[in-house]
Design a protein around this ligand. Structure first.
Ligand SMILES: O=c1[nH]cnc2c1ncn2[C@@H]1O[C@H](COP(=O)(O)OP(=O)(O)O)[C@@H](O)[C@H]1O
Ligand SMILES: [Ca+2]
Length: 491
């Protein structure tokens, strides 16, 4: 005789069907209710008005998560055509005009309905610092011109201002550590080395620095519940373009008609106007009297002499602190890893020297071979590179190595702690992101509460618990199950 399967009784079938429907309904509700809301983004725009050029950066972040780390990313950048805004001192309105193309570009990149709520900032660095020293009324006019132009944009313009060297250094450090997710996790931080055209910044956290020695170099932050005591210094006139002026001024003090420059390739030959060379507050007080109108700048390609010339622009004679970098500026002991960006990266990348596991001695040797290569050969090898950049890479490479080792005291042992970087996770390393995070209060002082589980973990746990409850329910109904007897049934 056939035994009747107890699972096939109407009661169990009904319980099972209801149970399955309940599970599906429960999980669906749980998933839908807690699903991350459809990704709506917010945007922010920062214009970096550097000494050599201006660049516009667009950042975006999920609208619901303003307070979470590692969520703001750069989606686009636009390079403004022409020179930096400080070059428009004699025709300020052109500084405003120059920004228009990149603003038009940004209007297309940011969804139209977000335009009026998107903050737009302009920060100017060392080029404008120099102009404000040289001619403060001209610098005010340039700021007025760019403000007028940016106010016309549909974005929420928050002002154009001059960043202090301290801010430039500190925001570069915030950017690097934010993008590396080091702040929220309270990890050891990365120092920031920024080389511009007119100034250069060094910023790092050192355990034996509490800010009491040379307070002007100290910036304190409380970020995500951690306190940071940052050392930062900006050297005005030690960006690579002004540093080149310093070495040329050094070589033209007697007002010669020509100089044989060890930092330029053999065969290099250009005419330079004295008034152009000395047209910067970094060198203007040293203009030789009675010099001719021009001098001939000849290349010699002698690396060791180039190192000597470059070294001579640093002053190591006085230090009223326990230790100094150069020019009497306090610097605590170097500590931890460093990210070196902007012109550090451009130059070392061109020279194929970004790999810092190559011993410093080998790096120096390769650079000297490069510097000694005749100018004609260099031009032939790099027909697509802008001649102004190409002519200066030997000087710039030598300057970078001298600044790092003689200036900041990196050694053969600590050199590998430096990484030459352009971008971190798709965003450019530089002060702009840190500046925007600060002005939009996007990094909280205290750690935000985070959900216990990620969304997927939450869904899995809800599902498992529901299934378990259902099985328990079935078993708890056992007394009501139809008897399943082994005895032959009477039909
Ligand atoms: O492709 C490149 N090769 C070499 N140098 C570059 C390249 N792009 C930018 N630079 C240099 O990077 C530096 C950027 O400085 P910036 O304009 O930000 O000045 P600042 O930070 O001192 O105000 C300038 O010296 C510029 O010439
Ligand atoms: Ca810069």
């Amino acid at each position: 005789m056939k035994e009747k399967n107890p699972w096939h009784t109407p009661v169990t079938i009904i319980i099972t069907v209801i149970g399955v429907i309940a599970i599906v309904a429960l999980v669906t509700v749980a998933v839908l209710q807690n699903r991350p809301l459809t990704q709506k983004y917010k945007y922010g725009i920062v214009l970096d008005a550097g000494s050599s050029h201006t660049a516009l950066y667009i950042y975006q972040w999920p609208a619901e998560k303003d307070n979470n780390t590692g969520r703001v990313e750069q989606t686009h950048s636009c390079k403004v055509k022409g020179p930096g805004i400080s070059s428009y001192a004699s025709e300020p309105w052109k500084a405003g005009e120059s920004l228009k193309d990149c603003i038009e570009d940004a209007k297309r990149r940011v969804p139209e309905k977000r335009h009026d709520e998107t903050p737009l900032y302009l920060g100017a660095t060392a080029g404008m610092r120099l102009l404000s020293i040289e001619d403060s009324s001209a610098s005010n006019k340039v700021f007025q011109a760019v403000e007028q132009s940016l106010q016309k944009s549909p974005f929420s313009f928050q002002g154009a201002r001059l960043l202090s060297g301290q801010e430039e250094g500190a925001f570069g450090w915030v950017t690097v550590n934010y993008l590396d997710d080091r702040l929220k996790q309270g990890l050891e931080t990365t120092g920031a080395l920024d080389l511009g055209g007119a100034s250069t910044q060094i910023s790092f956290v050192s355990n034996n620095y509490d800010g009491s020695e040379s307070p002007k170099n100290s910036v304190t932050f409380r970020l995500y519940g951690n306190d940071y005591n940052l050392y930062t210094n900006s050297f005005l006139c030690y960006g690579k373009d002004q540093a080149l002026r310093l070495t040329l001024a050094q070589q033209t003090q007697s007002g010669p008609r020509s100089i044989l420059d060890p930092c330029f390739h053999p065969g290099y030959n250009e005419t330079v106007t004295y008034s152009d060379l000395y047209d910067s507050p970094c060198v203007s007080d040293r203009k030789p009297q009675g010099a001719p109108v021009t001098f001939t700048h000849l290349g010699q390609g002698n690396s060791s002499q180039c190192q000597d010339v470059v070294k001579s622009i640093f002053n190591f004679t006085h230090c009223r602190y326990t230790q100094c970098s150069f020019n009497g500026v306090f610097q605590p002991l170097l500590q931890g890893p460093f990210g070196a960006f902007s012109a550090y990266y451009f130059v070392m990348n061109f020279l194929n020297l970004t790999d810092t596991s190559i011993p410093l001695e080998v790096v120096r040797k390769r650079l000297s071979i490069y510097c000694e290569t005749p100018w004609d050969q260099i031009k032939q090898r790099h027909p697509d590179v802008k001649l102004k950049y190409l002519a200066e890479y030997c000087f710039s490479g030598t300057y970078i190595l001298t600044l790092l080792t003689k200036g900041y005291n990196f050694t053969s042992e600590s050199y590998p702690n430096i990484k030459f970087i352009k971008k971190i996770k798709g965003s450019d390393a530089g002060w702009t992101l840190g500046y925007m995070l600060n002005l939009t209060n996007m990094i909280p002082a205290e750690a935000p509460d985070s959900p216990l589980l990620p969304h997927s973990g939450y869904v899995s746990i809800v599902t498992v618990i529901t299934v378990l409850l259902f099985v328990l329910l079935i078993f708890s109904l056992r007394p009501f199950w139809p008897r399943c007897s082994k005895q032959p049934q009477i039909i």
